[in-house]
Design a protein around this ligand. Structure first.
Ligand SMILES: [Zn+2]
Length: 174
């Protein structure tokens, strides 16, 4: 994924100055813009893909809408990590994750996004195609496994008969 552009980072850092106490000094705005570029590298959370722009926009909006006063860069960093890198935080600051698997939207690819080395037609497949193009398909093709064979009822019956044969013979039934 391409890095967050510095122009966007600057404009987002500048918008943070709407928070009471956030420095309007150009040096401070520059420093925050550099932080945004450094932190926002793109992420996949659950089934949602976040571009660096998505991450930076979320962070700045969240801070502006929930902070009544600016505290420090460390708190902005913590806000970012709570959302995007909870595993990097100390245990007591981790976001509670109930670990519930989201329901599967696409039964063709099971929400993996690829089927037999091709992108699926579903939302996940389209998003992955837009992001990774041919790069991902090369790996996907290497990793794909042959589909398990469907077992016929006749084969099941045969296997059952083989299983029961010795005991039936012992009883004198077969
Ligand atoms: Zn699909």
């Amino acid at each position: 994924m391409a890095d967050l552009s510095f122009d966007l980072a600057i404009s987002l850092a500048r918008s943070l100055t709407t928070i009471k106490g956030c420095s309007r000094f150009e040096d401070a705005i520059n420093a925050t813009a550099h932080d945004l570029v450094r932190w926002c590298k793109g992420a996949v959370i659950g089934r949602q893909i976040w571009s660096p722009e998505d991450q930076a926009l979320w962070l700045v909006t969240e801070a502006r809408e929930t902070w009544s006063e600016w505290t420090c860069t460390a708190d902005l960093r913590t806000l970012f990590r709570k959302k995007f890198e909870p595993q990097q935080l100390a245990p007591e600051r981790k976001v509670f994750d109930p670990g519930v698997k989201p329901p599967i939207d696409c039964h063709r690819c099971e929400d993996v996004g690829t089927v037999d080395g091709q992108y699926c037609h579903c939302v996940m497949g389209r998003e992955m195609k837009a992001l990774w193009g041919d790069k991902l398909l090369v790996t996907a093709r290497v990793k794909s496994f042959p589909k398990p064979r469907v077992i016929t009822p006749a084969e099941i019956e045969q296997a059952e008969r083989r299983f029961h044969q010795p005991s039936l013979q012992k009883l004198g039934v077969a």
